[in-house]
Design a protein around this ligand. Structure first.
Ligand code: IMP
Length: 424
């Protein structure tokens, strides 16, 4: 049998709980590789009573032997990255030998962050709700062929290239009429660049392809979610990378015929942070109850997340675009104590009932049609076996499996590694 890399990604608007699952699955893999996004992500892992939030580093970093790769598709803010590494070093994690960074990964400059802020401010009420980490401007420079990459750090022209790019950014900032103090931000950025030089820069596309050839088990870890994908998400309220399965090919250099299982992660309900349409949003007490019980506040920005019921047409869309082979449902415990759980199965789209996610999901065109399923009252957080799950939760799971036509292999009932129920 030909060895292939598996891909794990979010099927909603991010924050599905990918970090926890990567951490749970890492013992089955030799290599964990991030393929897109950057410090806009916040992957939360919990074990031995301690919570860890990772932004750029793959969630396999706590495993004693797994190698973690930051692929070419990722954008790196050296300042945030340095802080993340220092926190791991303090915990005794051997980051230097377990982390490889692609020479082709792009750098987020301090001026990219300024541009992000200036662009959002100029958009006013139409703002994207960006995490303001400089993600959009960095990917714009990448596709505009102006960007600085990790591999440039060790060249003699690095500073010159930096200055040229910053000059361009200054001109754009003056167009925005945006006030800033770049001089204040630059010294810590260059200090962080020096710090990065201790780490392993690598042509990771060669490393990963050789590893696959040698039978090593590779898991590609996605960030954000499919509905934030720059092509297939709710554009323009999206992030600036391809968050879908194909992004693992672009962002790591893995050929499409070397992709194996595609693991799709979704929450038992939906959340979204930032602006943009959200068909099943609950702007009422029920939504607030989900937010409070689910602690739905951003792990990167602390912003309250918008909450709503599960959206099956959107889930089916994400399953289709990604070629999902296996589903994992997160945060089932949050839905305990709801008399009824609603699920959106169709939409009313301009007066017509449809069962798929259309181009325009703006609320003035599209309204959700939901069915109510019976909830459960039991606390799930201490349950350790499928046989102990409440019957109505099993019915909820079966309903999703039947409509989405993909099996659910894991149900998560709490943030800790141990609160993970295998359904197979
Ligand atoms: P940006 O990627 O920071 O520019 O943000 C663009 C949109 O994606 C905003 O609505 C953000 O809230 C959202 N977003 C970016 N990263 C994440 C994430 O990791 N989880 C959830 N939403 C995210």
């Amino acid at each position: 049998m030909i060895n292939k890399a598996d891909v794990l990604l979010g099927l909603q608007w991010g924050d599905e709980g990918k970090g926890k699952i990567v951490d749970v699955l890492t013992p089955n893999y030799d290599i964990i590789a991030r393929f897109q996004g950057g410090p806009n992500a916040g992957h939360t892992l919990e074990f031995n009573g301690i919570k860890h939030v990772l932004h750029t580093i793959p969630s396999g970093i706590f495993h004693p032997t797994a190698i973690n790769v930051i692929g070419n598709g990722v954008v790196i803010d050296p300042v945030i990255f340095k802080k993340e590494i220092e926190a791991l070093l303090k915990l005794g994690v051997d980051v230097k030998s377990k982390l490889l960074i692609s020479t082709r990964a792009h750098l987020i400059l301090p001026s990219h962050r300024l541009l992000d802020a200036a662009s959002e401010a100029a958009k006013g009420k139409n703002k994207i709700g960006s995490t303001l980490k400089g993600i959009g401007p960095t990917y714009m420079d990448k596709t505009g062929r102006n960007g600085l990459r990790i591999g440039d750090i060790e060249t003699n022209e690095f500073k010159e290239k930096y200055d040229t790019l910053v000059e361009k950014h200054k001109q754009i900032l003056s167009f925005y009429n945006y006030e800033y103090n770049l001089q204040e931000l630059e010294p810590i950025w260059f200090e962080a660049i020096e710090f990065l030089k201790q780490l392993q820069f690598s042509e990771t596309e060669h490393y990963i392809n050789s590893a696959i050839k040698d039978g090593k088990r590779v898991l590609a870890e996605g960030a954000q979610g499919s509905l934030l994908d720059v092509d297939f998400g709710s554009y323009p309220f999206v992030t600036s990378s391809n968050t879908i399965c194909a992004g693992a090919c672009n962002g790591l250099g893995i050929p499409p015929n070397k992709i194996g299982n595609v693991i799709g992660i979704f929450k038992a309900y939906c959340t979204r942070v930032g602006s943009g349409p959200f068909p099943t949003e609950l702007e009422n007490e029920t939504g607030e109850k989900i937010r409070q019980i689910g602690k739905e506040f951003g792990s990167t920005t602390g912003r309250p997340r918008r909450t709503g019921w599960l959206d099956i047409p959107a889930l089916k869309y994400a399953v289709m675009i990604n070629g999902v082979t296996e589903l994992m449902m997160m945060k089932a415990d949050v839905l305990s104590n709801f008399e009824n759980i609603e699920v959106c199965t169709h939409y009313n789209y301009n007066g017509k009932v449809i069962d798929y996610l259309p181009y325009n999901i703006d609320p003035s065109y599209l309204k959700p049609i939901t069915v109510a399923l019976k909830g459960w009252a039991e606390d799930l957080t201490a349950i350790d076996n499928k046989s102990k799950l409440p019957q109505t939760l099993l019915e909820y799971i079966q309903f999703i499996e039947k409509t989405v036509e993909i099996p659910i292999s894991i149900v998560s009932v709490g943030p800790d590694r141990t609160q993970t129920i295998r359904m197979k």
